[in-house]
Design a protein around this ligand. Structure first.
Ligand SMILES: [Zn+2]
Length: 428
């Protein structure tokens, strides 16, 4: 018997299907909608604020030699300011920033492939570059549809140094390289400030083991330009439908439902939750995360950030139920990471689009490629699985994170690099 309503969930998805950037008024509006939805079926919810850092940034990039042209750019938030008249330097394309790319990079404005992650940024700082240009979008985008996303030099990166950084369209980057750009000027003016983002939280107390907590999580923020329905309005309404189900079928264990803000800028909502509620985490047995869902063409998956025993159980479980769910073991770049880092194992439910049939983190993440029926598949998986787990006679999932998963989490958080920095700072 079907015990969920995918049409209701899809209608809620439509309702929150507007751009909801971390710390914006729209993100807060979505939080209010989620809270009201909880209350519509008798579940009281709280909105918990937390602070995020942001910058208001103005930036320009001009190629000065061998041709002159100004390009549209987005400046990196929290990147270092240039002097008012700009930073002028030789321009060099250093590709992926491997050592042979960087022998002549000192003092130059360098163009790199892709985004700034810790290893690349660390290498660029060590090479003594004066400024950084990264690229965004795709050559196949129409020019007026290539959105330049706001990026931030995160605090973690800034520990290695700070220089002015801007982002250009990938088509413009290609033009610079093809035209032999040799000298450039960047201007960047950043004003740092603090914004407030929000988590929405609701609890259904357990009837038999109220001290044992299982948390459901989904982030409800989006990136700029995106309606964020596939990523991750879908997950938000999927756990809402699970909450509605468990209000009608009281669970043996306590269920905590969390809708996280600011996931897209570095899992900030779930970090805020685990840090604010650290003393409660000892009662948390397991986390059930849902991030991406509802593409008409796609497939369902479950990634286990836990022991292999759970992987096998989940795999057998869905086979026994005759439900198509691809299983794997490992971390997932989403709100289950802060839980795993705090020793709480997790499962990540996803429904990714098939090749070419879904879009993420851009203006093409819209309702057009989603359906209620497809959304319902993941709702069903989440409810069928969690109903079994939260009502277990003996809770079967051991609260431990195996070594290889710990390593994955540590790599994801660049713990080794951060520990090296700590050591260096101690020496000083
Ligand atoms: Zn997401």
């Amino acid at each position: 018997m079907k015990n969920y309503d995918e049409q209701r969930a899809f209608a809620l998805l439509q309702k929150i299907g507007f751009t909801r950037v971390a710390g914006s008024a729209e993100e807060e509006k979505a939080a209010e909608i989620l809270k009201a939805e909880c209350e519509s079926f008798g579940l009281s919810a709280q909105i918990e604020p937390f602070e995020i850092e942001e910058g208001v940034v103005e930036a320009t990039l001009e190629i000065l030699e061998p041709y002159r042209k100004e390009y549209t750019v987005r400046g990196y938030q929290c990147a270092e300011n240039t002097p008012a008249d700009g930073l002028t330097a030789d321009f060099l394309y250093v590709e992926d920033g491997v050592p042979a790319n960087l022998t002549a990079a000192k003092g130059k404005i360098v163009l790199v492939n892709g985004f700034l992650r810790v290893p690349l940024f660390k290498t660029l700082m060590a090479a003594g570059v004066a400024g950084i240009v990264t690229m965004d979008g795709s050559l196949r985008d129409k020019r007026d549809e290539t959105d330049l996303h706001q990026r931030k030099l995160r605090a973690q990166l800034r520990r290695f140094g700070n220089v002015p950084a801007v982002m250009v369209r990938v088509a413009d980057a290609m033009e610079m390289v093809a035209s032999g750009a040799a000298k450039a000027r960047i201007t960047l003016k950043n004003e740092n400030r603090t914004l407030t983002s929000h988590n929405v939280m609701a609890t259904i107390p357990g009837t038999e083991h109220p001290e044992e907590v299982i948390s459901f999580g989904a982030h409800y923020d989006s990136v700029e330009f995106s309606k964020g329905v596939f990523d991750n309005g879908a997950g938000s309404v999927i756990i809402m439908e699970a909450a509605r189900y468990f209000m009608q079928h009281p669970p043996k264990r306590t269920l905590q439902f969390n809708w996280y803000g600011s996931e897209e800028i570095g899992l900030e909502g779930s970090w805020a939750y685990v840090n604010t509620h650290k003393d409660e985490l000892k009662n948390h047995k397991f986390m059930i995360n849902v991030d991406v869902g509802a593409p008409i063409l796609g497939s369902d998956g479950a990634g286990v950030t836990a022991d292999e025993d759970l992987l096998h159980f989940v795999d057998y479980f869905f086979k026994i139920k005759g439900l198509p769910v691809k299983t794997r073991q490992g971390i997932y770049s989403s709100d289950s990471i802060p839980f795993a880092d705090n020793g709480v194992p997790a499962i990540n439910f996803t429904r990714f689009g098939s090749q070419g049939a879904s879009f993420i983190h851009n203006r093409f993440d819209t309702m057009e490629f989603l359906s209620a029926e497809a959304l319902g598949k993941t709702i069903r998986n989440v409810i069928v699985f969690s109903d079994e787990i939260v009502n277990a006679e003996v809770f079967p999932i051991e609260k431990k994170i195996p070594e290889k998963i710990k390593d994955e989490v540590d790599n994801y958080l660049y713990k080794k690099e951060m520990a090296e920095l700590d050591k260096e700072e101690e020496k000083k």
